[in-house]
Design a protein around this ligand. Structure first.
Ligand SMILES: NC(=O)c1ccc[n+]([C@@H]2O[C@H](COP(=O)([O-])OP(=O)(O)OC[C@H]3O[C@@H](n4cnc5c(N)ncnc54)[C@H](O)[C@@H]3O)[C@@H](O)[C@H]2O)c1
Length: 288
């Protein structure tokens, strides 16, 4: 779909990072933009920053994990602009706690934002896009190549699956709604501190995993050395205009995913350690 003056774009998680860059990119292309985020101060700053690119901008506080908030976001968008054309389900979080020994609330938080946020966004906005529109779901390369953290990987695999299913369904039905799924590698954003938005309703913020002391400095460095949000935003707008489904803007991460599928196809995956699980050792040494 053409990015011309007139259309209305909604971006969730627009208070920071990728969402903010996308909202700025849409505003500078002449679109009216709705910036939505759960973090009030970031949202207020984003409103000013995006409005500086021109165009009409509306800020809506919205927790995408809550269906009623996303429905209210639709209402606010239609009340202000009368229509919606592009929806970027972008809000996302990454856990720091241990997936297996830490509290289950960490899984609930990650799935609530990353998985349910995308489901709510697609379901709430789709009926209003049927005259012509485009949905962009932000997954991650972790949606194709697990290894970051189990809850994050699972949520992003789900986003890829949801997006492919939606794309296929709309295509089959011949409806004029495009779908893209964004799978970036590392990007210079605030994701390493995502638990700044830990929802108190889930209880205490879980402590970082013991391994975090070793792993986090590497993650933070990878993020610092990652792509700029503006570079990723350009790739998204190109994909929307071209009607392209896959948006995997960093070739080196696409290569990783391809290598992963190669290991699946050839059955090469195996334990890194040569040590056998204790139960198997016991079985082997036990008398027949
Ligand atoms: N940064 C990376 O390396 C990277 C890589 C791949 C994918 N992603 C994905 O990009 C998306 C954007 O993240 P980012 O990297 O820009 O991080 P970020 O932390 O800079 O931005 C995320 C935004 O989402 C908002 N948010 C958090 N919980 C929310 C909720 N419940 N409802 C609404 N908004 C909420 C935050 O306030 C923040 O403004 C996420 O889906 C993330 O998983 C990031």
């Amino acid at each position: 779909m053409e990015l011309l003056s007139g259309p209305v774009a909604v971006v969730t998680g627009a208070g920071s990072g990728l969402g903010l860059a996308l909202a700025e990119r849409f505003a500078s292309a002449g679109l009216s933009v709705v910036v939505a985020d759960v973090q009030g101060d970031a949202l207020a700053a984003a409103l000013e920053q995006v409005a500086a690119h021109g165009g009409d901008v509306l800020a809506v506080r919205c927790d995408v994990s809550a269906e009623t908030d996303v429905e209210a976001l639709v209402e606010s968008t239609l009340a202000r602009f009368g229509a919606v054309h592009i929806v970027s389900n972008n809000a996302g979080v990454a856990p720091r706690s241990d997936p297996w020994f830490g509290p289950i609330t960490s899984w609930q938080w990650v799935m609530g934002v990353n998985f349910w946020g995308v489901v709510h966004g697609c379901r709430a906005f789709l009926p209003h896009l049927l005259g012509g529109g485009h949905i962009v779901n932000t997954a991650s390369i972790a949606g194709l190549y697990p290894g970051f953290s189990p809850a994050y990987d699972a949520s992003k695999h789900a986003v890829v699956a949801i997006s492919e299913g939606l794309f296929g369904m709309l295509d089959l039905a011949g409806l004029p709604v495009g779908v893209s799924v964004l799978c970036p590698g590392w990007v210079r954003t605030g994701i390493a501190d995502a638990d700044r938005n830990w929802p108190p309703v889930l209880g205490d913020r879980p402590p970082p995993a013991p391994s975090a002391a070793v792993v986090e400095p590497h993650v933070r460095r990878a993020i610092d050395e990652g792509a700029t949000p503006a570079y990723i935003a350009d790739a998204v707008t190109d994909a929307v205009q071209a009607g392209r489904f896959w948006v995997i803007p960093q070739q080196e991460f696409l290569d990783l995913a391809v290598r992963h599928w190669h290991t699946i196809a050839t059955g090469l995956i195996r334990r890194r350690s040569n040590r056998r699980p204790a139960c198997r050792r016991a079985t082997r040494s036990s008398p027949r």
